[in-house]
Design a protein around this ligand. Structure first.
Ligand SMILES: Nc1ncnc2c1ncn2[C@@H]1O[C@H](COP(=O)(O)OP(=O)(O)OP(=O)(O)O)[C@@H](O)[C@H]1O
Length: 672
């Protein structure tokens, strides 16, 4: 439902509700609430009887939706409404007084809301009311529908048994996984492949470098092998939430299959089969996004033409997209989700992968799963991982050892993920052979110096190398000593830019994306590395902020501005997509922002040799453990952390982002 807050006029409501809405308006003017929330409360009041409690519940529901929650939990509403918004009692008092009667228990709120004609209590007669009450959760209908669809589809898929030939699976797994894990214990990668073959849905989760792509490449080989004569007809689709992640997935899978081809020999023409798979696509393009609408070309009535769908970076997939994806996937197709459950959830509402993986750490495997895994892979799941998990837990495997992400950066990520601020501090202060640096308390000048030239002890750090390469122009030898002409030069510049990035936790202020981009531009201009002439200039890195079907660029794509070789005086923006480079005339790009500094959120799915993360001077609800963990895990070789106020880091590590959602409960409910 779309409401224009400027044109919407409510019908008259009772005096108490009007008094409450006046308070809401004042807080909106103050910038504490978004405009949409008051408009939504008025809209709900206009289509049925109103009450100040209902209006306030609507304001909160809308605010929480804007912060990524899919519902309002009535228990929390009764207990600590101010806490829901991260407000102190003072800011909240006015609203609370205006609301009048304030039920002290979730159940009482349920009774109050269930009596409203705008609310459908699940189980009652449904009149398509805009609000839905499911147990003690209040939803916008759209999110309730999406959550229910996801839970039903996921349970159904996980429960759909496949009956692979166990001896054959075992034979192939032994061939595909040559070495036992160095650290001993079960080979979780092998287990993941076996488990995936057991149902129509599997999740492989793990931190960076734990081998998710390595494993899924072997799973594909196994699927080709199991298809026998029909292997050439197996329709496999690869997808990811962003173009960049999709390109990376395809590249890694091709590389892994190529490496496997010789090992499996002529028994399986892996190179040929891989070549037939086609490119990886963004989820938007796979589902057939239609500009200007939320609907997709593919849905239950027009399902995707696939047998196996692999989705990488699944932590970035929001609730609505996951529901659309599951709706469009034919029931007999296999879905494999890959992702790191501990990363930041999607920008939009939902924390789907986190919810789906809530038992991944513990395992919670049944004895039946243990037996199946033993027979199909020869692997013994230790008893510590036995439990009473639901059907999806049986189809989920967490990879636990990182091959490329060890050392001090890995130790820091582990400490942060475990919420252990003291251990994180020890790692940051300890001897890390220069891999880690912690600048605290930091000044903005520290960030600017890093942007210019990296750390003092670093050769060729910061943004200087790529800007110098631009200044040298094509025709010069690249890093490898080869002259690649215009194309080679563009690739070289893009590659060099990818080596370094500054990530921020917030958008606004001195320590946010906006303030830092401006200051960095100034610094680079002062050093003679860029020449700003208006908005567009040579060397400007940009991030696309909105999908644009006309130019084929999508939200989150990052490009570099370079001279147009065909038209002197014109600029083009070059985007790298795996092995390919695309370019668009700069003036055709409408929704972009400078990207020397970008948010941690937008950096998901990317890695940089040297990642610099900047925390702001003041914490807040968004500066939590998942954000810090996601920032650290973007670093391949060096990680530098800047904190103007070190306490913000410690508070962030202690805080978890909990998004309200009913998905976990629904997943475990046999009646869904
Ligand atoms: N069992 C293994 N034996 C040997 N090498 C492995 C194994 N598992 C993974 N690797 C190697 O470790 C590296 C990381 O693996 P991979 O890229 O699959 O991890 P990932 O979990 O997909 O990482 P990311 O989340 O960063 O994309 C790769 O070079 C891969 O070839």
């Amino acid at each position: 439902m779309t409401i224009d807050p400027h044109t919407f006029r409510p019908t008259p409501a009772d005096a108490a509700t009007l008094a409450l809405l006046a308070q809401v308006d004042a807080l909106t003017e103050d910038g504490q609430l978004r405009r949409l929330s008051a408009a939504f409360a008025r809209f709900i009041g206009s289509i049925g009887g109103g009450s100040p409690q209902l209006a306030l519940a609507c304001v909160l529901l809308s605010e929480l939706e804007g912060r990524g929650h899919s519902c309002l939990e009535l228990d929390a509403l009764a207990r600590d409404p101010a806490g829901l918004l991260g407000w102190g009692e003072d800011s909240w008092r006015g609203l609370r007084e205006a609301a009048g009667v304030w039920p002290k228990r979730g159940a009482a709120w349920r009774t109050l809301l269930a009596a409203c004609e705008q609310v459908w209590a699940v189980g009652d007669l449904d009149f398509e009311q805009p609000l839905v009450l499911d147990g003690e959760r209040l939803y916008l209908r759209r999110y309730w529908r999406d959550e229910t669809l996801v839970a039903q589809a996921v349970r159904g898929r996980a429960l759909t048994p496949r009956q692979p030939d166990l001896a054959e699976v075992r034979r192939w797994l032994d061939l595909l996984f040559e070495h036992a894990p160095r650290e001993g214990g079960p080979d979780w990668q092998k287990i993941a492949c076996a488990v995936a073959l057991h149902g129509n849905m599997a999740i492989i989760t793990g931190g960076p470098g734990t081998g998710k792509t390595y494993t899924v490449a072997r799973l594909l080989a196994l699927l080709f092998a199991s298809a026998g004569e029909g292997s050439g007809r197996l329709r496999i689709a690869l997808a990811a939430p962003t173009g960049k992640a999709a390109a990376r997935l395809k590249q890694s899978i091709d590389h892994a299959l190529d490496g496997l081809a010789d090992r499996v020999g002529p028994a399986l023409p892996l190179r040929e089969l891989a070549a037939r798979m086609g490119a990886a696509r963004t989820l938007h393009s796979l589902l057939g996004a239609r500009p200007g609408t939320r609907a997709f070309q593919h849905h239950a009535g027009n399902p995707l033409d696939v047998d196996v769908l692999i989705v990488d970076e699944a932590s970035m997939v929001h609730l609505e997209m996951m529901a659309a994806l599951l709706d469009a996937l034919p029931p007999q197709a296999m879905l494999v989700l890959l992702g790191d459950k501990d990363q930041l959830a999607s920008v939009e509402a939902g924390a789907v992968l986190g919810d789906l993986c809530h038992e991944a750490q513990a395992g919670a495997y049944s004895m039946e799963t243990l037996r199946y895994v033993q027979e199909s892979s020869g692997q013994t799941i230790p008893h510590a991982f036995v439990g009473a998990g639901g059907p999806l837990a049986q189809q989920t495997v967490m990879l636990r050892q990182s091959r490329r992400f060890s050392g001090p950066i890995g130790a820091l990520a582990l400490a942060v993920n475990a919420g252990d601020a003291a251990a994180a501090q020890d790692v940051l202060r300890g001897n890390s052979d220069g891999k880690l640096a912690w600048i605290a308390p930091a000044q903005q000048a520290d960030v600017l110096q890093l942007a210019l030239a990296g750390r003092a002890d670093e050769i060729g750090g910061g943004y200087r190398p790529y800007l110098r390469m631009i200044q040298s122009g094509p025709g010069q030898a690249d890093e490898s000593g080869q002259d690649g002409g215009q194309d080679g030069w563009v690739r070289g510049v893009l590659h060099s830019f990818e080596a370094f990035r500054i990530l921020c936790a917030v958008r606004e202020g001195e320590w946010g994306v906006a303030g830092l981009n401006e200051a960095i531009e100034h610094k680079l201009e002062g050093a003679g590395l860029i020449r700003k002439r208006g908005e567009w200039y040579v060397g400007r890195p940009v991030m696309v902020t909105r999908n644009d079907y006309a130019t084929g660029v999508f939200n989150g794509d990052i490009g570099l501005t370079l001279p147009d070789p065909a038209r002197p005086g014109y600029l083009r923006v070059y985007f790298s997509e795996g092995d390919k480079v695309r370019s668009v005339l700069a003036t055709r790009l409408r929704n972009v922002e400078t990207a020397f500094a970008m948010t941690v959120h937008k950096s998901q799915g990317s890695e940089f040799s040297h990642t610099v993360m900047v925390l702001p001077r003041e914490g807040g609800a968004v500066i939590a453990r998942e954000l810090v963990y996601t920032g650290i895990t973007r670093a391949r070789e060096l990680f530098t952390l800047l904190t103007p106020a070190p306490q913000v880091l410690l508070d962030a590590i202690a805080a978890r982002t909990q998004r309200a959602s009913g998905l976990r409960e629904l997943l475990d409910s046999p009646t869904v």
